[in-house]
Design a protein around this ligand. Structure first.
Ligand SMILES: Cc1cc2nc3c(=O)[nH]c(=O)nc-3n(C[C@H](O)[C@H](O)[C@H](O)COP(=O)(O)OP(=O)(O)OC[C@H]3O[C@@H](n4cnc5c(N)ncnc54)[C@H](O)[C@@H]3O)c2cc1C
Length: 411
Protein backbone atom coordinates (compact mmCIF):
# COMPACT_ATOMS: atom_id res chain seq x y z
CA UNK A 1 0.00 0.00 0.00
CA UNK A 2 1.30 3.44 -0.86
CA UNK A 3 1.93 5.99 1.85
CA UNK A 4 0.97 9.32 0.29
CA UNK A 5 2.50 11.29 3.11
CA UNK A 6 6.06 9.99 2.90
CA UNK A 7 6.73 11.01 -0.65
CA UNK A 8 6.75 7.38 -1.84
CA UNK A 9 3.55 7.99 -3.79
CA UNK A 10 1.48 11.05 -4.61
CA UNK A 11 -2.30 11.05 -4.25
CA UNK A 12 -3.99 11.78 -7.59
CA UNK A 13 -7.51 11.68 -6.20
CA UNK A 14 -8.99 12.79 -2.89
CA UNK A 15 -12.45 11.94 -1.62
CA UNK A 16 -13.74 14.10 1.21
CA UNK A 17 -16.64 12.79 3.28
CA UNK A 18 -18.56 15.73 4.76
CA UNK A 19 -18.83 19.22 3.24
CA UNK A 20 -18.94 21.36 6.36
CA UNK A 21 -16.23 23.94 7.15
CA UNK A 22 -13.56 21.23 7.65
CA UNK A 23 -14.22 19.27 4.46
CA UNK A 24 -14.75 22.36 2.32
CA UNK A 25 -11.59 24.05 3.66
CA UNK A 26 -9.59 20.93 2.91
CA UNK A 27 -10.77 21.00 -0.72
CA UNK A 28 -9.94 24.71 -1.05
CA UNK A 29 -6.53 24.22 0.56
CA UNK A 30 -5.66 21.30 -1.72
CA UNK A 31 -6.20 23.60 -4.70
CA UNK A 32 -4.42 26.52 -3.03
CA UNK A 33 -1.40 24.29 -2.61
CA UNK A 34 -1.49 23.41 -6.29
CA UNK A 35 -3.05 19.94 -6.17
CA UNK A 36 -4.39 19.23 -9.67
CA UNK A 37 -5.85 15.76 -9.14
CA UNK A 38 -9.54 15.05 -8.67
CA UNK A 39 -11.38 16.21 -5.55
CA UNK A 40 -14.79 14.82 -4.63
CA UNK A 41 -16.90 16.04 -1.74
CA UNK A 42 -19.76 13.87 -0.48
CA UNK A 43 -22.44 15.27 1.78
CA UNK A 44 -26.06 14.25 2.38
CA UNK A 45 -27.16 17.81 1.56
CA UNK A 46 -25.27 17.88 -1.75
CA UNK A 47 -24.02 21.32 -0.69
CA UNK A 48 -21.21 22.81 1.37
CA UNK A 49 -22.85 25.00 3.96
CA UNK A 50 -21.99 26.72 7.20
CA UNK A 51 -23.45 26.08 10.64
CA UNK A 52 -22.93 29.13 12.91
CA UNK A 53 -25.88 31.07 11.41
CA UNK A 54 -28.24 28.16 12.20
CA UNK A 55 -28.74 29.44 15.75
CA UNK A 56 -28.49 33.11 14.79
CA UNK A 57 -29.52 34.92 11.59
CA UNK A 58 -30.80 31.82 9.74
CA UNK A 59 -32.98 30.83 12.69
CA UNK A 60 -34.17 34.43 12.97
CA UNK A 61 -35.15 34.36 9.30
CA UNK A 62 -32.87 37.27 8.38
CA UNK A 63 -30.43 35.12 6.38
CA UNK A 64 -31.71 32.90 3.63
CA UNK A 65 -30.72 29.35 2.77
CA UNK A 66 -28.46 30.37 -0.10
CA UNK A 67 -26.40 32.64 2.14
CA UNK A 68 -25.34 29.63 4.23
CA UNK A 69 -23.29 28.29 1.32
CA UNK A 70 -19.54 28.13 1.92
CA UNK A 71 -19.09 28.72 -1.82
CA UNK A 72 -21.31 29.12 -4.84
CA UNK A 73 -21.54 26.84 -7.89
CA UNK A 74 -18.97 29.03 -9.69
CA UNK A 75 -16.35 28.20 -7.12
CA UNK A 76 -16.89 24.47 -7.57
CA UNK A 77 -16.66 24.83 -11.34
CA UNK A 78 -13.59 27.07 -11.34
CA UNK A 79 -11.79 24.81 -8.88
CA UNK A 80 -12.88 21.53 -10.45
CA UNK A 81 -14.26 20.26 -7.20
CA UNK A 82 -17.19 17.89 -7.56
CA UNK A 83 -19.83 17.77 -4.84
CA UNK A 84 -22.26 14.87 -4.72
CA UNK A 85 -25.34 14.33 -2.57
CA UNK A 86 -24.92 11.12 -0.60
CA UNK A 87 -24.02 9.49 2.66
CA UNK A 88 -20.91 7.37 2.97
CA UNK A 89 -21.97 4.13 4.62
CA UNK A 90 -18.65 2.31 4.63
CA UNK A 91 -15.03 2.90 3.84
CA UNK A 92 -12.46 0.28 2.90
CA UNK A 93 -9.18 2.09 3.64
CA UNK A 94 -6.83 -0.45 2.07
CA UNK A 95 -8.45 -0.08 -1.35
CA UNK A 96 -9.64 3.54 -0.88
CA UNK A 97 -13.22 2.49 -1.63
CA UNK A 98 -16.23 4.31 -0.24
CA UNK A 99 -19.72 2.81 -0.38
CA UNK A 100 -22.53 5.33 -0.56
CA UNK A 101 -26.12 4.85 0.51
CA UNK A 102 -27.78 3.37 -2.53
CA UNK A 103 -24.76 1.17 -3.14
CA UNK A 104 -22.59 3.34 -5.41
CA UNK A 105 -18.86 2.70 -4.99
CA UNK A 106 -16.32 5.49 -5.20
CA UNK A 107 -12.58 5.20 -5.08
CA UNK A 108 -9.77 7.61 -4.26
CA UNK A 109 -6.09 7.51 -3.37
CA UNK A 110 -6.72 9.46 -0.17
CA UNK A 111 -9.85 9.69 1.96
CA UNK A 112 -10.66 12.53 4.32
CA UNK A 113 -13.23 12.03 7.05
CA UNK A 114 -14.82 15.42 7.82
CA UNK A 115 -18.07 14.11 9.19
CA UNK A 116 -18.50 16.59 12.06
CA UNK A 117 -20.85 15.41 14.73
CA UNK A 118 -24.44 14.99 15.77
CA UNK A 119 -26.23 16.93 18.47
CA UNK A 120 -26.23 14.95 21.71
CA UNK A 121 -29.67 13.66 22.69
CA UNK A 122 -30.62 13.68 26.36
CA UNK A 123 -30.71 10.23 27.92
CA UNK A 124 -34.18 10.56 29.47
CA UNK A 125 -37.18 8.56 28.17
CA UNK A 126 -38.89 11.51 26.47
CA UNK A 127 -35.81 12.47 24.44
CA UNK A 128 -37.61 11.83 21.15
CA UNK A 129 -39.92 14.80 21.93
CA UNK A 130 -37.12 17.36 21.96
CA UNK A 131 -35.54 19.30 19.12
CA UNK A 132 -31.79 19.35 18.62
CA UNK A 133 -29.83 21.73 16.40
CA UNK A 134 -26.98 20.65 14.19
CA UNK A 135 -28.07 21.03 10.58
CA UNK A 136 -30.29 23.13 8.35
CA UNK A 137 -33.29 20.82 8.65
CA UNK A 138 -33.03 21.01 12.44
CA UNK A 139 -33.02 24.81 12.22
CA UNK A 140 -36.05 24.80 9.90
CA UNK A 141 -37.98 22.52 12.27
CA UNK A 142 -37.06 24.66 15.28
CA UNK A 143 -37.95 27.90 13.52
CA UNK A 144 -41.47 26.58 12.86
CA UNK A 145 -42.00 26.46 16.63
CA UNK A 146 -40.98 30.09 17.28
CA UNK A 147 -42.93 33.33 17.23
CA UNK A 148 -45.28 35.50 19.25
CA UNK A 149 -47.40 33.49 21.66
CA UNK A 150 -45.13 30.42 21.39
CA UNK A 151 -43.26 28.98 24.36
CA UNK A 152 -39.80 27.44 24.04
CA UNK A 153 -37.88 25.61 26.75
CA UNK A 154 -34.15 25.33 26.09
CA UNK A 155 -32.21 22.68 27.97
CA UNK A 156 -28.57 23.72 28.16
CA UNK A 157 -27.36 27.32 28.41
CA UNK A 158 -24.06 26.77 26.62
CA UNK A 159 -23.13 28.59 23.42
CA UNK A 160 -25.87 27.20 21.16
CA UNK A 161 -28.61 27.14 23.82
CA UNK A 162 -27.90 30.78 24.70
CA UNK A 163 -27.94 31.84 21.05
CA UNK A 164 -31.24 30.10 20.41
CA UNK A 165 -32.78 31.68 23.53
CA UNK A 166 -31.70 35.09 22.24
CA UNK A 167 -33.03 34.45 18.73
CA UNK A 168 -36.31 32.98 19.99
CA UNK A 169 -36.97 35.99 22.23
CA UNK A 170 -36.26 38.31 19.31
CA UNK A 171 -38.98 36.46 17.37
CA UNK A 172 -41.50 37.01 20.18
CA UNK A 173 -41.33 33.59 21.86
CA UNK A 174 -41.52 33.19 25.63
CA UNK A 175 -38.33 31.36 26.57
CA UNK A 176 -37.26 29.36 29.62
CA UNK A 177 -33.56 28.49 29.66
CA UNK A 178 -32.56 25.59 31.89
CA UNK A 179 -29.07 24.62 32.98
CA UNK A 180 -27.70 22.57 35.87
CA UNK A 181 -25.22 25.31 36.85
CA UNK A 182 -26.17 28.88 37.82
CA UNK A 183 -23.46 30.40 35.62
CA UNK A 184 -22.69 28.34 32.51
CA UNK A 185 -19.62 28.82 30.29
CA UNK A 186 -17.19 29.78 33.08
CA UNK A 187 -14.38 27.68 31.54
CA UNK A 188 -14.90 29.42 28.20
CA UNK A 189 -15.18 33.05 29.39
CA UNK A 190 -13.97 33.18 32.99
CA UNK A 191 -16.40 33.73 35.90
CA UNK A 192 -17.04 37.47 35.56
CA UNK A 193 -17.72 37.59 31.84
CA UNK A 194 -19.70 34.33 31.97
CA UNK A 195 -21.91 35.83 34.73
CA UNK A 196 -22.41 39.00 32.72
CA UNK A 197 -23.33 37.07 29.57
CA UNK A 198 -25.74 34.80 31.46
CA UNK A 199 -27.33 37.84 33.11
CA UNK A 200 -28.26 39.13 29.66
CA UNK A 201 -30.92 36.41 29.38
CA UNK A 202 -32.98 37.69 32.29
CA UNK A 203 -32.49 41.28 31.15
CA UNK A 204 -33.99 40.29 27.78
CA UNK A 205 -37.00 38.63 29.40
CA UNK A 206 -35.82 35.01 29.27
CA UNK A 207 -36.60 33.02 32.39
CA UNK A 208 -33.47 31.21 33.57
CA UNK A 209 -33.83 28.12 35.73
CA UNK A 210 -31.06 26.20 37.49
CA UNK A 211 -31.64 22.48 37.78
CA UNK A 212 -31.42 19.14 36.09
CA UNK A 213 -34.14 18.11 33.63
CA UNK A 214 -34.92 14.42 34.06
CA UNK A 215 -37.63 13.94 31.42
CA UNK A 216 -39.90 15.60 28.88
CA UNK A 217 -43.52 14.49 28.69
CA UNK A 218 -46.58 15.29 26.63
CA UNK A 219 -49.22 17.15 28.65
CA UNK A 220 -52.56 18.69 27.68
CA UNK A 221 -51.04 22.21 27.54
CA UNK A 222 -47.93 21.19 25.63
CA UNK A 223 -44.64 19.58 26.56
CA UNK A 224 -43.57 19.48 30.18
CA UNK A 225 -39.93 19.42 31.21
CA UNK A 226 -39.71 17.53 34.50
CA UNK A 227 -36.91 18.75 36.75
CA UNK A 228 -35.09 16.68 39.38
CA UNK A 229 -36.86 18.66 42.14
CA UNK A 230 -40.23 17.52 40.74
CA UNK A 231 -41.14 20.89 39.22
CA UNK A 232 -42.42 21.23 35.64
CA UNK A 233 -41.70 23.75 32.90
CA UNK A 234 -44.40 23.73 30.24
CA UNK A 235 -43.65 24.82 26.67
CA UNK A 236 -44.82 24.26 23.11
CA UNK A 237 -41.38 23.06 22.04
CA UNK A 238 -38.22 21.94 23.82
CA UNK A 239 -34.69 22.25 22.48
CA UNK A 240 -31.89 20.16 23.97
CA UNK A 241 -28.61 21.99 23.43
CA UNK A 242 -26.38 19.71 25.47
CA UNK A 243 -23.34 19.31 23.27
CA UNK A 244 -22.41 17.11 20.36
CA UNK A 245 -21.01 13.66 19.69
CA UNK A 246 -18.27 13.34 17.09
CA UNK A 247 -19.32 11.27 14.10
CA UNK A 248 -16.73 8.51 14.18
CA UNK A 249 -18.76 5.52 12.97
CA UNK A 250 -17.05 5.18 9.57
CA UNK A 251 -13.59 5.26 11.13
CA UNK A 252 -14.49 2.84 13.91
CA UNK A 253 -16.01 0.31 11.52
CA UNK A 254 -12.86 0.50 9.41
CA UNK A 255 -10.62 -0.22 12.39
CA UNK A 256 -9.15 3.29 12.55
CA UNK A 257 -8.13 4.50 16.01
CA UNK A 258 -10.87 6.44 17.75
CA UNK A 259 -10.97 7.76 21.31
CA UNK A 260 -13.63 10.40 21.82
CA UNK A 261 -12.96 11.46 18.20
CA UNK A 262 -10.94 10.10 15.30
CA UNK A 263 -7.36 10.38 16.53
CA UNK A 264 -5.19 12.48 14.23
CA UNK A 265 -1.80 14.13 14.31
CA UNK A 266 -1.03 17.75 13.33
CA UNK A 267 -1.38 16.81 9.63
CA UNK A 268 -4.74 15.10 10.03
CA UNK A 269 -3.21 11.65 9.68
CA UNK A 270 -5.19 8.81 11.24
CA UNK A 271 -3.90 5.35 12.12
CA UNK A 272 -4.38 4.32 8.44
CA UNK A 273 -1.99 5.91 5.93
CA UNK A 274 -4.67 6.43 3.29
CA UNK A 275 -7.20 8.02 5.65
CA UNK A 276 -7.11 11.57 7.02
CA UNK A 277 -9.64 13.29 9.26
CA UNK A 278 -10.49 16.85 10.30
CA UNK A 279 -12.99 19.07 12.09
CA UNK A 280 -15.40 18.36 14.92
CA UNK A 281 -15.03 14.61 14.33
CA UNK A 282 -11.39 14.51 15.40
CA UNK A 283 -9.26 14.67 18.49
CA UNK A 284 -5.71 15.88 17.92
CA UNK A 285 -2.88 13.99 19.52
CA UNK A 286 0.37 15.60 20.51
CA UNK A 287 3.25 13.27 21.32
CA UNK A 288 0.69 10.46 21.26
CA UNK A 289 -1.57 12.10 23.87
CA UNK A 290 -5.14 12.99 22.80
CA UNK A 291 -6.10 16.62 23.43
CA UNK A 292 -9.54 18.06 24.19
CA UNK A 293 -11.78 18.23 21.13
CA UNK A 294 -11.99 21.78 19.80
CA UNK A 295 -15.56 22.07 18.50
CA UNK A 296 -15.36 25.53 17.00
CA UNK A 297 -15.51 26.87 13.47
CA UNK A 298 -11.94 28.20 13.26
CA UNK A 299 -10.49 24.93 14.52
CA UNK A 300 -12.53 23.01 11.94
CA UNK A 301 -11.30 25.20 9.09
CA UNK A 302 -7.67 25.01 10.20
CA UNK A 303 -7.73 21.27 10.75
CA UNK A 304 -9.21 20.80 7.26
CA UNK A 305 -6.35 22.88 5.87
CA UNK A 306 -3.80 20.90 7.90
CA UNK A 307 -5.22 17.62 6.60
CA UNK A 308 -4.90 18.94 3.03
CA UNK A 309 -1.22 19.58 3.71
CA UNK A 310 -0.94 16.08 5.19
CA UNK A 311 -2.50 14.49 2.11
CA UNK A 312 0.08 16.25 -0.05
CA UNK A 313 2.94 15.29 2.27
CA UNK A 314 3.55 18.96 3.01
CA UNK A 315 3.99 21.00 6.18
CA UNK A 316 0.76 22.50 7.56
CA UNK A 317 0.58 26.09 8.77
CA UNK A 318 1.78 26.59 12.33
CA UNK A 319 -0.85 25.88 14.96
CA UNK A 320 -3.09 28.84 15.73
CA UNK A 321 -4.20 29.97 19.17
CA UNK A 322 -7.81 28.70 19.61
CA UNK A 323 -10.53 31.27 18.91
CA UNK A 324 -14.30 31.20 18.90
CA UNK A 325 -17.13 33.70 18.87
CA UNK A 326 -20.76 33.72 19.87
CA UNK A 327 -23.58 36.24 19.49
CA UNK A 328 -26.48 37.00 21.78
CA UNK A 329 -28.84 39.96 22.30
CA UNK A 330 -26.95 42.04 19.78
CA UNK A 331 -23.51 41.61 21.30
CA UNK A 332 -20.56 39.66 19.94
CA UNK A 333 -18.48 37.76 22.49
CA UNK A 334 -15.17 36.13 21.62
CA UNK A 335 -12.49 34.16 23.43
CA UNK A 336 -8.92 33.27 22.46
CA UNK A 337 -6.51 30.87 24.11
CA UNK A 338 -7.53 29.53 27.50
CA UNK A 339 -9.06 31.27 30.50
CA UNK A 340 -9.10 28.05 32.38
CA UNK A 341 -5.56 27.65 33.65
CA UNK A 342 -3.56 28.81 36.65
CA UNK A 343 -2.30 32.37 36.92
CA UNK A 344 -3.77 35.82 37.37
CA UNK A 345 -6.78 37.52 35.85
CA UNK A 346 -6.63 41.09 34.60
CA UNK A 347 -9.69 43.13 33.61
CA UNK A 348 -9.92 45.97 31.14
CA UNK A 349 -13.07 48.05 31.45
CA UNK A 350 -16.32 46.87 32.99
CA UNK A 351 -18.44 44.00 31.64
CA UNK A 352 -20.20 45.34 28.56
CA UNK A 353 -19.08 46.46 25.10
CA UNK A 354 -15.30 46.88 24.93
CA UNK A 355 -14.66 44.80 28.06
CA UNK A 356 -11.78 42.32 27.92
CA UNK A 357 -10.57 39.88 30.55
CA UNK A 358 -7.03 38.49 30.27
CA UNK A 359 -5.57 35.36 31.82
CA UNK A 360 -1.84 35.59 32.53
CA UNK A 361 0.09 32.37 33.08
CA UNK A 362 2.25 31.84 36.16
CA UNK A 363 5.23 32.43 33.84
CA UNK A 364 3.90 35.93 33.04
CA UNK A 365 2.77 35.30 29.45
CA UNK A 366 -0.72 35.89 28.13
CA UNK A 367 -2.62 32.56 28.11
CA UNK A 368 -6.13 33.64 27.18
CA UNK A 369 -8.49 36.56 26.70
CA UNK A 370 -12.22 37.01 26.24
CA UNK A 371 -14.34 40.04 25.63
CA UNK A 372 -17.48 41.64 24.32
CA UNK A 373 -17.55 43.65 21.11
CA UNK A 374 -13.77 43.87 21.33
CA UNK A 375 -12.66 42.24 18.08
CA UNK A 376 -9.51 44.31 17.59
CA UNK A 377 -8.34 43.78 21.15
CA UNK A 378 -8.91 40.05 20.93
CA UNK A 379 -7.09 39.75 17.62
CA UNK A 380 -4.15 41.52 19.24
CA UNK A 381 -4.42 39.28 22.31
CA UNK A 382 -4.33 36.26 20.02
CA UNK A 383 -1.06 37.49 18.54
CA UNK A 384 0.36 38.17 22.01
CA UNK A 385 -0.56 34.65 23.14
CA UNK A 386 1.10 33.16 20.06
CA UNK A 387 4.26 35.15 20.78
CA UNK A 388 4.44 33.79 24.33
CA UNK A 389 6.26 36.96 25.42
CA UNK A 390 5.91 38.32 28.97
CA UNK A 391 3.11 40.86 29.39
CA UNK A 392 2.62 43.69 31.87
CA UNK A 393 -0.75 43.33 33.68
CA UNK A 394 -1.03 47.10 34.22
CA UNK A 395 -0.50 47.76 30.54
CA UNK A 396 -3.17 45.20 29.57
CA UNK A 397 -5.66 46.62 32.07
CA UNK A 398 -5.27 50.19 30.83
CA UNK A 399 -7.92 50.94 28.16
CA UNK A 400 -5.51 53.54 26.77
CA UNK A 401 -2.98 50.82 25.80
CA UNK A 402 -3.16 50.08 22.09
CA UNK A 403 -3.00 46.29 22.16
CA UNK A 404 -2.27 46.07 18.42
CA UNK A 405 0.79 48.29 18.87
CA UNK A 406 1.80 46.24 21.90
CA UNK A 407 1.57 43.01 19.89
CA UNK A 408 3.61 44.55 17.07
CA UNK A 409 6.27 45.74 19.53
CA UNK A 410 6.68 42.24 20.98
CA UNK A 411 7.37 40.56 17.65
C1 LIG B 1 -26.00 25.79 15.51
C2 LIG B 1 -24.51 25.94 15.55
C3 LIG B 1 -23.95 27.19 15.79
C4 LIG B 1 -22.57 27.34 15.86
N1 LIG B 1 -22.04 28.58 16.11
C5 LIG B 1 -20.70 28.72 16.19
C6 LIG B 1 -20.14 30.01 16.46
O1 LIG B 1 -20.85 31.00 16.62
N2 LIG B 1 -18.80 30.10 16.56
C7 LIG B 1 -17.96 29.03 16.40
O2 LIG B 1 -16.74 29.17 16.52
N3 LIG B 1 -18.48 27.79 16.12
C8 LIG B 1 -19.82 27.63 16.01
N4 LIG B 1 -20.36 26.39 15.75
C9 LIG B 1 -19.44 25.25 15.59
C10 LIG B 1 -19.00 25.08 14.14
O3 LIG B 1 -20.07 25.30 13.26
C11 LIG B 1 -18.46 23.66 13.98
O4 LIG B 1 -17.30 23.58 14.77
C12 LIG B 1 -18.14 23.34 12.52
O5 LIG B 1 -19.31 23.34 11.73
C13 LIG B 1 -17.48 21.97 12.42
O6 LIG B 1 -17.19 21.74 11.07
P1 LIG B 1 -17.07 20.25 10.49
O7 LIG B 1 -16.86 20.43 9.02
O8 LIG B 1 -16.09 19.48 11.27
O9 LIG B 1 -18.47 19.57 10.79
P2 LIG B 1 -19.93 19.91 10.24
O10 LIG B 1 -20.08 21.38 10.04
O11 LIG B 1 -20.86 19.22 11.15
O12 LIG B 1 -19.96 19.21 8.81
C14 LIG B 1 -19.88 17.81 8.69
C15 LIG B 1 -20.65 17.40 7.47
O13 LIG B 1 -20.42 16.01 7.26
C16 LIG B 1 -21.63 15.42 6.82
N5 LIG B 1 -21.56 13.97 7.08
C17 LIG B 1 -21.60 13.32 8.27
N6 LIG B 1 -21.53 11.98 8.07
C18 LIG B 1 -21.45 11.79 6.74
C19 LIG B 1 -21.37 10.64 5.92
N7 LIG B 1 -21.34 9.42 6.46
N8 LIG B 1 -21.33 10.80 4.58
C20 LIG B 1 -21.34 12.04 4.02
N9 LIG B 1 -21.40 13.16 4.75
C21 LIG B 1 -21.47 13.04 6.09
C22 LIG B 1 -22.67 16.13 7.67
O14 LIG B 1 -23.96 15.99 7.10
C23 LIG B 1 -22.15 17.56 7.62
O15 LIG B 1 -22.68 18.27 6.52
C24 LIG B 1 -21.73 26.22 15.68
C25 LIG B 1 -22.30 24.95 15.44
C26 LIG B 1 -23.67 24.81 15.37
C27 LIG B 1 -24.27 23.45 15.13
Amino acid sequence: MEDFTSGSGAARSVLIIGAGPAGFSAAAELRRRGFDGTIDLIDPSGEAYDRPPLSKAYLAGTLDRGALALAGPDWFQENSVRITAGTAERIAPDSGTVTLDGGALLHADALLLATGGTARKPLFPGASLVHTLRNRDDADALRATLGPGKRLAVIGAGLIGAEVASTAVSLGSAVVLIDPVPVPLVPAFGPELAAHLHGMHAAAGVETRTGLPVDVMEEDEGLAVLMDDGSLTVADAVLAAVGMEPDTALAEAAGIRVDGGVLVDARGRTSHPRVFAAGDAVRRTTAGMPERRNEHWDAAVRSGQAAAAGILGQEPEADAVPWFWTDRYGVHAEAVGSLNGKGTTVRRGIPGPGYVVFQISPAGALAGAAGIDAGQELRAARRLIALGAPVDPLELADPATDLRRLARSRR
